[in-house]
Design a protein around this ligand. Structure first.
Ligand SMILES: Cc1cc2nc3c(=O)[nH]c(=O)nc-3n(C[C@H](O)[C@H](O)[C@H](O)COP(=O)(O)O)c2cc1C
Length: 192
């Protein structure tokens, strides 16, 4: 059966959403289904571009890509609050052995995107997920002058937050989606 990859993100100004779109393309290129969903915002005035995720969608996914903007070197509070509300899923071990990875966007080049990816990984590890990033066999990891890390896809949106995704950032986000989907498909087939 086709694996479903939940591409779950929060984005205030669209940079993380742009990465999510590219990751979804990579998921589809690997023959899996991309279910793109937003993390419920703490500020209820904030309009999300995709449907808000349900607990059932998180439970049922075969793989997870989790995205948040950098906020003072860490994930946005909305994303932390979301994970703090997943205790019932954790108690039942419903995410154990599912592949997962993280992606982010920062304003500045050294503004904490790698630190943010590492802290975003922590709740996923507590849930027993199998973390994957990007291998250096991806040529753009060597070539990028902005985002893209072995810890996961990133974007540097700039001081005015108006940088578009670079070619390298786009290719790495697509490669990440493909990798996550391929691993999730293989594990799903193995379990069936
Ligand atoms: C409260 C706040 C804190 C931020 N902290 C950082 C930071 O620590 N480092 C950084 O490079 N950018 C920081 N930024 C900039 C955002 O990470 C950046 O604009 C990001 O691309 C936004 O993603 P979005 O367009 O998906 O909302 C911060 C922005 C806000 C509003």
């Amino acid at each position: 059966m086709t694996a479903t990859i939940l591409v779950l993100y929060y984005s205030r100004h669209g940079a993380v959403a742009a990465l999510a779109d590219k990751i979804a393309i990579g998921v589809q290129q690997a023959g899996a289904e991309a279910q793109v969903r937003c993390i419920p915002p703490l500020d209820t005035q904030h309009a999300s571009r995709h449907a808000l995720v349900s607990q059932a969608e998180l439970r049922q996914c075969d793989g997870l890509a989790f995205g948040s903007p950098v906020r003072f070197g860490n994930m946005v509070a909305d994303a932390k609050a979301f994970w703090d509300n997943t205790t019932s899923i954790w108690l039942k071990g419903e995410l154990i052995d599912k592949p997962a990875g993280v992606f982010t966007s920062s304003g500045s080049m050294h503004g904490g995107n790698e630190a943010t990816l590492l802290s975003m990984s922590l709740p996923l590890l507590h849930h027993g997920m199998l973390l994957t990033g990007l291998p250096y066999s991806e040529p753009e990891l060597h070539q990028t002058k902005s985002g893209g890390t072995p810890y996961g896809p990133t974007h540097v949106s700039g001081h005015q937050a108006d940088n578009k995704l670079s070619v390298e950032e786009q290719r790495l986000a697509i490669a990440f989606g493909k990798r996550l989907a391929t691993l999730s498909q293989q594990l799903k087939q193995h379990k069936e």
